[in-house]
Write a protein that binds this ligand. Structure first.
Ligand code: PAF
Length: 290
């Protein structure tokens, strides 16, 4: 009886120098590179990013680094799930050429860096208001990862819409060569957007958390009646959900990430952040305001 061979685990590179020399050879051979930056605890949403990377470039690098600079002092940096071997197993057979998994000392050998990328005013809105400093920390590590890998393409998930907006702007503002590719949010069968933090939810909280995608659906259904109807529809769903504490709900212009004016018509992005128990979840959907 023949058994299916187990796909090989992707090789791990833990030093900047090691990854650089590997990728110098790739570039010298005229091959293209895609980077998928992650903090590990990989789920189907991440795997969709890897698949996109695979379709787009010759060589795929997945970085796994829980970046202390983007966590606030009371946030979940210490308890953020870390399991490199499980992540390698999740990536097996997906054609990943290297997993870049540096230690904190490798990325920040002298402690917190003195030179930082600042996210500007949009970095202080929504997620940035609830998580001061988060986007500066995120942009700084993404800039470092881009400098180390110099990819042709870097792939992000739509769920973190404000992160995507800020990375796109950083790439433009700083003339970074990489193209930013964005992959649609992957959802569980119950509609909840996949997130590593979903693992913190117990069964009851998980049921309550479904009100977040439900609220976005209600917002989409109300979109042709304008912004007030959208907000009322989404808030109505969330107010009826026991155990869900709304942090913010907003509708922004995709090109500026500023809240839409009352008379805005056309594409817009709805954003929701809510706490379910001690877990903070975010989600987003595109709307067409009529
Ligand atoms: O989205 C994430 O997982 C992180 O913010 C990122 C982009 C890997 C930077 O640490």
């Amino acid at each position: 009886m023949s058994s299916t061979p187990t796909p090989a685990l992707p090789p791990v590179e833990s030093t900047i120098a090691g990854l650089r020399s590997r990728l110098d050879a790739v570039r010298a051979a005229g091959r293209t590179i895609a980077l998928v930056p992650t903090m590990g605890s990989l789920h189907e949403g991440h795997l969709a990013l890897v698949e996109r990377a695979r379709e787009t470039a010759d060589v795929v690098v997945v970085s796994i680094f829980v970046n202390p600079m983007q966590f606030g002092p009371t946030e979940d940096f210490d308890r953020y799930p870390r399991d490199l071997e499980a992540d390698r197993v999740a990536l097996a057979g997906l054609g990943v050429d290297a997993v870049f998994a540096p230690a904190v000392d490798e990325m920040y050998p002298t402690g917190p860096v003195q030179t930082r990328v600042t996210a500007g005013p949009v970095g202080g809105l929504f997620e940035g208001r609830s998580r001061p400093g988060h986007f500066d920390g995120m942009l700084t590590i993404v800039a470092k990862l881009l400098a180390i890998t110099q990819p042709h393409v870097v792939v992000f998930g739509e769920k973190d819409a404000q992160q995507v907006f800020l990375v796109q702007r950083m790439v433009r503002d700083l003339d970074i060569r990489a193209r930013v590719d964005v992959v649609e949010t992957v959802r569980a069968a119950d509609g909840l957007a996949l997130s590593s933090r979903n693992a913190y939810l117990d069964e009851r909280q998980r049921r309550a958390a479904r009100s977040i995608p439900d609220a976005l659906e209600a917002a989409q259904s109300a979109a042709d009646r304008g912004i007030d109807a959208v907000l009322a529809a989404a808030q109505g769903v969330l107010m009826g959900a026991e155990g869900v504490e709304l942090d913010y709900i907003a509708v922004v212009r995709p090109d500026t990430f500023q809240p839409v004016d009352d008379d805005h018509r056309g594409p817009a992005r709805a954003l929701i952040a809510a706490r379910v128990g001690s877990t903070r979840l975010i989600d987003t959907a595109l709307l067409h305001l009529g």
